[in-house]
Design a protein around this ligand. Structure first.
Ligand code: 7RM
Length: 654
């Protein structure tokens, strides 16, 4: 398999890991899921299990059929009608939870806003009316490009309320990346902000939208939230641009939710794949909501009195599912924070935990490693005793980080749930159930009830315990992606052709003697930098777009903090000289094309790239070089001397 040797070495260390952490009696006794029979029950009757979960939602019309599976296309809860905003907001607003906090928001400068379910219902309804006035109808796409401000979930839920399909684009993406996503979705309305706060600086969002819309565009209207005011200079295009406040000033606070088919698309979210073009992952209403409602309740053990905090940005799937839809579907209180964990100082997250009495905290290993590096003095300054459950997501968590998290944040008291899932899976697939599962640091443990996973070899046969292979999901599940927007062929090829009838995750994994899964990272051309997915081809395309570049090969190399770092090997066009200035220019070019998350950490000028006789760049050898390993098999190279020279040169310059 394609997983690197360093991955294998790390895994050997992982499999030596035999510490076990069982939930305390106290936690077990109060847990939402206490009966281990649940796994068995779900396995015997998966459709019955999922139907039972789906019935916890509020339906305008009940479904008649649980699953219609025509591989690789699934329809769940066929014939049902429901509304996602109604399920996340109204049904709580119309209950005793009306005055319960739905969203506790804190801005980076320290301003706050708390929206109760009752208030959220009104804000969402008013925004939905505004969208209708702009002519947005069920099925139309709306692009949302904002920072972490309350108007972002209000906008998402407003779309859901009228059946429009939202496409949230992470505020860190560049104007060009935004343009591609707007064009692909053919959005007619963009909702944005003048800017956002990040480390005391303004991120100029509206200016990026203006750039994205230069030339021809499907967009008729841009609505702008005033977040930073004077701090951003904003150009105004009369007739196209609207001020959020003015836009909504005369709208009614009431709007009937649209009854939507179970299979109506709820949102598109773009994610990186093996080619240069990001994939628009499509999620539908009933299956997605069932998946996130169930997993939030079971994995995070949510209780009505909890304050729950997932630190992800809503621009990523973790934010969609576990900042907004999952917690709100459960009627929970979700905390949303605008800024970064190191502003104004490195104690900001712990200060927020203390200030709001956070009970459940969900973050990424890269963030945990950053806190480790910053030192225990920061968490020690604050009272973290409210925490009762911790979660991890985005990449494999190394046992050292797991232990640090457990000891210094959880006070050796809280279970940790290491949750494996993807944009495509919509919801958590492999994770402990905190009241039942004995955790092993570094393992996501077992598939949740109703989910079936296997590790297989290239031929699709299950591998024995301890052997590496490809992670596949062997049964459809409600929150699975339905297609890639506008490209169903790519959907079929990417996920369902490698192992027909089974979903290919793109991840390598091993299973141990206890049936626990150990994730090994991607086996395709996707890099995971700080829990963010970046396609090697996207970065390569951005580099070769520069007039000086002839060819580029991009790889992910191991990085102790970020998981992986981006290393680019570039050959220049004839008559172009290498220089430090050009190196910086090329990095900046990638930032301009994609966004700061894709900025190469290393950029290396090569005279030639190692290629096979058929002309394929051998990225595996570049990885060996960048990770300082002995070179693997070079016999298929057209000219083995190329890679030897490159290695010598790299060692000299690195
Ligand atoms: C939720 C999310 C998906 C990729 C996935 C994996 C990696 C995510 C874990 C993990 C090991 C985990 N969606 N991944 N969670 N690897 N253990 N707990 O991250 O679409 O952005 O990325 O992330 O490689 O395929 S994502």
């Amino acid at each position: 398999m394609a997983s690197s040797e360093s991955g294998d070495r790390a895994l050997e260390a992982l499999l030596q890991e035999n510490r076990r952490f069982a939930p305390s009696e106290e936690f077990r006794a109060q847990a939402n899921v206490r009966d281990p029979e649940i796994y068995q029950r779900a396995r015997q009757d998966p459709e019955g299990y999922w139907a039972e979960q789906a019935r916890r939602l509020s339906w305008f019309e009940p479904f008649r059929e649980v699953l219609r599976w025509e591989p690789p296309h699934a329809q769940w809860f066929v014939g049902g009608k429901l509304n996602a905003a109604y399920n996340c907001v109204d049904r709580h607003a119309e209950s005793d939870r009306r005055n319960k906090a739905a969203i506790i928001w804190e801005g980076e400068p320290g301003d706050q806003r708390i929206l109760t379910y009752g208030q959220l219902q009104r804000e969402v309804a008013r925004c939905a009316n505004g969208l209708k006035r702009l002519g947005v109808k069920a099925g139309d796409r709306v692009t949302i490009y904002m920072g972490m401000i309350p108007e972002l979930p209000i906008a998402m839920l407003a779309c859901a309320r009228i059946g429009a399909v939202h496409s949230v684009v992470f505020g860190g993406f560049s104007a060009e990346a935004l343009r591609d996503r707007i064009n692909d979705a053919q959005a007619e309305v963009v909702l944005t902000a003048d800017g956002g706060w990040r480390r005391g600086q303004v991120v100029p969002l509206k200016a990026q939208v203006d750039k994205a819309l230069e030339g021809a565009s499907s967009v008729r209207h841009v609505v702008v939230v005033r977040r930073v005011g004077e701090a951003a200079s904003v150009n105004w295009r009369a007739g196209r641009d609207l001020d959020w406040q003015e836009w909504l000033a005369s709208e009614s606070w009431h709007c009937e939710p649209e009854p939507m088919d179970s299979e109506a698309p709820l949102f598109i979210l773009y994610t990186s794949g093996t080619t240069g073009k990001p994939k628009g992952i499509v999620h539908t209403t009933a299956g997605y909501l069932t998946g996130v409602e169930t997993t939030t309740r079971m994995v995070f053990d949510l209780k009505d009195r909890d304050v729950y905090w997932c630190t992800a940005d809503i621009g990523w799937v973790t934010g969609h599912s576990y900042v907004i839809y999952g917690p709100l579907a459960n009627g929970a209180t979700t905390l949303m924070y605008e800024g970064t964990p190191d502003f104004p100082d490195r104690g900001r997250n712990w200060q927020l935990v203390e200030k709001y009495g956070v009970n459940i905290y969900y973050t990424a290993p890269t963030a945990i490693r950053a806190h480790m590096r910053w030192g225990t003095e920061w968490p020690e300054r604050y009272d973290l005793s409210s925490l009762r459950l911790l979660g991890s997501v985005g990449e494999p968590i190394n046992p050292e980080a797991w232990m640090w998290y457990w000891e210094h944040i959880g006070g050796r008291r809280t279970p940790i749930v290491d949750t494996w899932w993807q944009t495509e899976t919509g919801a958590i697939m492999i994770s402990p159930l905190p009241g039942l599962t004995e955790a092993k640091p570094g393992s996501a443990t077992r598939p949740l009830p109703g989910i079936e996973a296997e590790v297989v070899d290239l031929a699709g046969n299950p591998v024995p315990p301890g052997a590496g292979g490809y992670l596949v999901l062997t049964r459809p599940w409600p929150s699975m992606l339905r297609t890639i927007w506008g490209d169903d062929k790519r959907y079929q090829e990417t996920y369902w052709s490698r192992f027909p009838g089974r979903y290919f995750t793109g991840d390598g994994a091993k299973r141990d003697e206890d049936g626990y899964f150990w994730l090994l990272g991607r086996v395709d051309d996707v890099i995971n930098v700080s829990g963010h997915r970046i396609g090697t081809m996207e970065v390569e395309s951005a580099l070769v777009d520069h007039p000086s570049v002839a060819e580029a090969a991009v790889i992910g190399r191991h990085d102790p903090l970020k998981g992986q770092a981006i290393a680019a090997f570039v050959t220049l066009k004839e008559a172009v000289d290498t220089s430090e200035a050009l190196k910086q220019e090329l990095k900046a070019h990638v930032v301009q094309k994609i966004g700061a998350i894709a900025r190469p950490d290393d950029l290396f000028f090569a005279a030639e790239l190692p290629k096979t006789r058929s002309g394929k760049i051998m990225r595996r050898l570049l990885r060996d070089i960048a990770e300082g390993r002995a070179l693997g098999d070079t016999t298929t190279l057209a000219d083995p001397a190329v890679v030897e020279r490159l290695k010598a040169q790299y060692q000299e310059e690195a």
